[in-house]
Design a protein around this ligand. Sequence first.
Ligand SMILES: [Zn+2]
Length: 449
Amino acid sequence: MREPSELTTSDRASATLRGVDEVVDICRDLLRIDTTNTGDNDTSAGERVAAEYVARQLAEVGIASEIYESAPGRASLVARIEGTDPGRDALLVHGHLDVVPAQPDEWTAHPFGGEIRDGFLWGRGAIDMKDFDAMVLAVVREWRRTGVRPPRDIVLAFTADEEAGGTYGAHFLVEKHRELLDGCTEAIGEVGGFSYTVSKDLRLYLVETAEKGINWLRLHARGRPGHGSMVHDDNAVTALAEAVARVGRHRFPVVVTPTVRAFLEELSDALGIELDPDDPETAIAKLGPIASLIGATVRNTANPTRLDAGYKDNVIPSRASATIDCRTLPGQADLFLEQLREVIGPDLTIEHVQRQPAVETTFDGALVDAMSAALRAEDPGARPVPYMLSGGTDAKAFQRLGIRCFGFAPLRLPPDLNFSALFHGIDERVPVEGLQFGVRVLDRFLRNS
Ligand SMILES: [Zn+2]
């Protein structure tokens, strides 16, 4: 095997080119494997098939990997690619293999058909996130064929179950196979590195440096059971409904965290608009489609999602419960609970169903420099900016090990594509050119990280 320094420039160019060709086929293959995560182990089977596919892609070029099952069929795959400098910390590159369900009759193309049409590759998972899985495979396969080695160890993790919280995927790896991630201090995964076009010569690339925390709560109201025909002033359903309505209508105060402040400053500069720090939502609203992706990052949120009470039309039940999906900003989890308690009132009890802390890191250092350089090399109009994701990813699991997590799955998007609507949406698709762009950026980035 040749060392990277022995490669000529034309070797490098052709190496990247072949990876660029291959990524479309690999992504297409992955899209054709139905890895629907129903949230139920009995009906989520495709992850094993996908993990075996990934293993074959790696084995074909001599990269050893191991598949770990948390439950039958719930398979994640891990491989380690040795870097040239064993003294350096490792970089984790992670992508999930599962997808959310898709109804074929709602789609223009079959969600598991992997069809290429109008310059796009269509299918459930095309941007979330088999595109990135395919890019990673294309890059490391090409490296192995041409003798390229990265500067430091790269741990590849292809995970199960991200779409249902990662219990059977990333969290399982962190809890049961921590040794696989030994030495990893930084990580890249979804949702970041995609472009937002400001003008012909300027594209913002949103790199995820923060994620809101998840706090799913169940509210329980209790009252006096009784007959539905009587006068009754201690009704659990009434008490619950009042609290749920208050929570649902409540707007928690705007809090501009360091990541969102940095994002808004970059945004106002790029768009040439004035930024009112007390009213960031006006600036965000100017972003058009991606406003929905980041609009929820300036405040804590609490949305009622489920109600459960009663068993007969004429019986007043003694208890009623509701689920509230709360998302908290970094450093706000405890304060948020105090504020929520005030809204709910003293009479209801709060049960914690799921709590995962927010993620936040700074947008600086050598890794960020490498991201920026790789983006600018492939798109001279690129301007990388940090942002916070209002949802959650596998980064929540990996940060438990102290790993500094970024969302960086580079993708150049056409200006008119409503990218955020494609996440879990109908007609999910990825631009073929964007996918190929991603391979080139990822290749440059990983060689210099
Ligand atoms: Zn995802």
